[in-house]
Design a protein around this ligand. Sequence first.
Ligand SMILES: NC(=O)c1ccc[n+]([C@@H]2O[C@H](COP(=O)([O-])OP(=O)(O)OC[C@H]3O[C@@H](n4cnc5c(N)ncnc54)[C@H](O)[C@@H]3O)[C@@H](O)[C@H]2O)c1
Length: 392
Amino acid sequence: MSFRVVDVDLPDRAYEVRIGRGALDELAEEARVLLGPKARRVLLVRDTGVPDRFVDTLVKDLGGAGFETRVCAITPSESIKTMATVEALLREAITLGMTRVDAVIAVGGGVVGDIAGFVAASYQRGVPVIQCPSTLLSMVDASVGGKTGVNLEVGGELYKNMVGAFHQPRLVVADTELLDSLDARQRRCGLAECVKHAMICGGVPDEDDGHSELLGWMLRELDRIVAFEPGAIDELVARNVALKASVVMGDERESPDAKSGGRMLLNFGHTFGHAIETLEGLSPSGDPADAPLHHGEAVALGMCSACAAAESMGLCDESVVTVLREMLVRIGLPTVVGGLPGVDSIVARMSHDKKAAGGALRLILPEGLGRCVIISDAPKESLEAGLVAIRG
Ligand SMILES: NC(=O)c1ccc[n+]([C@@H]2O[C@H](COP(=O)([O-])OP(=O)(O)OC[C@H]3O[C@@H](n4cnc5c(N)ncnc54)[C@H](O)[C@@H]3O)[C@@H](O)[C@H]2O)c1
């Protein structure tokens, strides 16, 4: 079978992302070649949301390729994305008898990928990990770039992704057939990250990769994308992975001084989004049964706020706000939300990110369609304008 392949060309740590329906079928053979003849054991961390048949076939194939496999199942949530879960998996690795030539394979969404990646980064100071993302968000974003980690609860507050390591995978296999079982809300959340990529596409290093075309392509193909037509989805994943790979290759470790923004550009919509994501009782539809917001929904709202803030500063014109809103509405993502607390308390939550970044509140704001810049310490009135724009 032929798959789309995106190369992540990092010095000494280059790897491929294989994309397409059925890509998992070739993983066991690939793993044998990549890991070499001495590798004997695999710790397979699987998401319980992934249909069993994919995992069962993979375990059988790994056996055929000479691997002893231990399967550990995780039902993802931010509250199990903890050191305790990492420790439990490290114990499994020890009782399995894993050595440094053996590997961790993650089959799941971003939660499973982040946990399993961190287990691989820490076990015996680092063993190979193969990421097999199973949600759209993890295919286009989380599985590529080597960020791994877990949350930490301190004083009753959850600090997201506070503990972790950069640990690049040896291979990423995005089998888009796995997306068939993904529910509509999770699909929309993955599309929010694709919209984010489209909104920053003009600032991503482009060596004839066509990244700058991403926004235009997405707008043209949006009906097929929203209908989840397999051909459109495979191309969507490949284009988004290629863009993320270019950003990562230009700035592997999110340096604050990276040229033209680097990985920080990927935070577009996230500073506003993080501040409202964990607020209780916010619902994307207005129906309390749908509360709280999912990450992608908070990012959609955060992008609307960022655009409105940029417009209020005279950084971009109204057309940017209009194009973004129309795209989100066509996808079914929220652009306004009821029940937001006062502006001051949200701005205070945004400053949490500011502390984490060591001082300045840095926002990624659009200056045109597909072009974003980093703005330090935007005026409070602009933050207010951003928040007023999403108040339902
Ligand atoms: N490492 C990074 O660079 C990075 C980037 C973005 C997000 N993240 C992290 O990713 C996480 C979010 O990831 P996510 O959106 O994939 O959510 P998730 O991992 O919580 O998965 C969402 C839901 O989809 C289910 N699921 C997974 N695969 C499925 C399938 N094939 N069919 C049906 N259901 C399936 C899961 O069981 C879960 O209920 C967050 O913890 C975030 O911090 C990491």
